[in-house]
Design a protein around this ligand. Structure first.
Ligand code: ZN
Length: 238
């Protein structure tokens, strides 16, 4: 009760607004319809065509451009962890029926030094609650043992080498014979997810599927209207 009064008070003080165009919306974290429609681009990444052989399938929810790019950049580079709520809201639009049966969700880790500097792993802020709402265990089963240059800074030929051997499985017991959903905030080439998936498979994971909040990669045509419930900013994440 106290919490709802407090929430109502905060709404009066800071009315919820779309993170992109600042149009008033009905709840904190929500996007307005036009901005939402612009970023939604559910697609399957072509894992065979990209030689991402450790991933059984891989999907991305949003286009990494305009609104999604701005929100993710705020979250990552300006340490504005409050922006996570806008990402969580995007994720809440995804119909979980689109995904296969999952046993455990594993985030792509940051290197410990980078996480200490940032204060959080943005992938955890985005996905952990969502996984919990679906009853999927969250397992930080992999660590990054080597600080790597951001993939987007490198020439395509250097990217595979950059990420190779960067991860180490620390909790094999939680992924052995399990179907893993490996999650990350942004997918560029998919090599980071693939390298992580390779380590998981080597450690005994069954299937490994990849899911990124946003991708700049153009692969298969989007089926956004089927994948998402775009109607009603009232839809509260359960
Ligand atoms: Zn908007």
């Amino acid at each position: 009760m106290l919490k709802s009064w407090w929430a109502a008070f905060l709404d009066l003080l800071y009315p919820p607004k779309c993170p992109v165009c600042r149009t008033p919306v009905q709840q904190h974290g929500a996007w307005c319809q036009p901005c939402l429609a612009q970023v939604i681009a559910w697609r399957e990444i072509n894992v065979a065509g990209r030689r991402l052989s450790a991933l059984d399938s891989c999907w991305a929810l949003c286009e990494y451009s305009a609104g999604a790019k701005r929100v993710l950049q705020q979250l990552k580079y300006r340490r504005a962890s409050e922006y996570a709520v806008y990402c969580q809201w995007l994720l809440s639009r995804l119909d979980a029926g689109r995904l296969p049966r999952i046993d455990v969700v594993v985030p792509v880790p940051l290197h410990a030094a980078r996480q200490a500097e940032r204060g959080f792993n943005q992938t955890e802020l985005i996905f952990r609650r969502w996984a919990g709402q679906r009853g999927w265990p969250w397992a930080e089963a992999v660590i990054r043992t080597r600080a790597t240059a951001p993939q987007w800074e490198l020439a395509p030929g250097e990217r595979r080498k950059n990420i190779k051997g960067a991860f180490c499985l620390t909790r094999p017991e939680v992924i052995r014979n399990q179907t893993v959903l490996l999650v990350d905030d942004i997918l560029t080439t998919g090599m980071t997810l693939n390298e992580c998936a390779r380590v998981l498979k080597k450690g005994g994971a069954g299937k490994v599927f990849g899911l990124a909040l946003a991708s700049g990669a153009a692969d298969q045509p989007s089926e956004s209207t089927k994948a998402f419930t775009t109607s009603g900013s009232k839809a509260v994440p359960e």
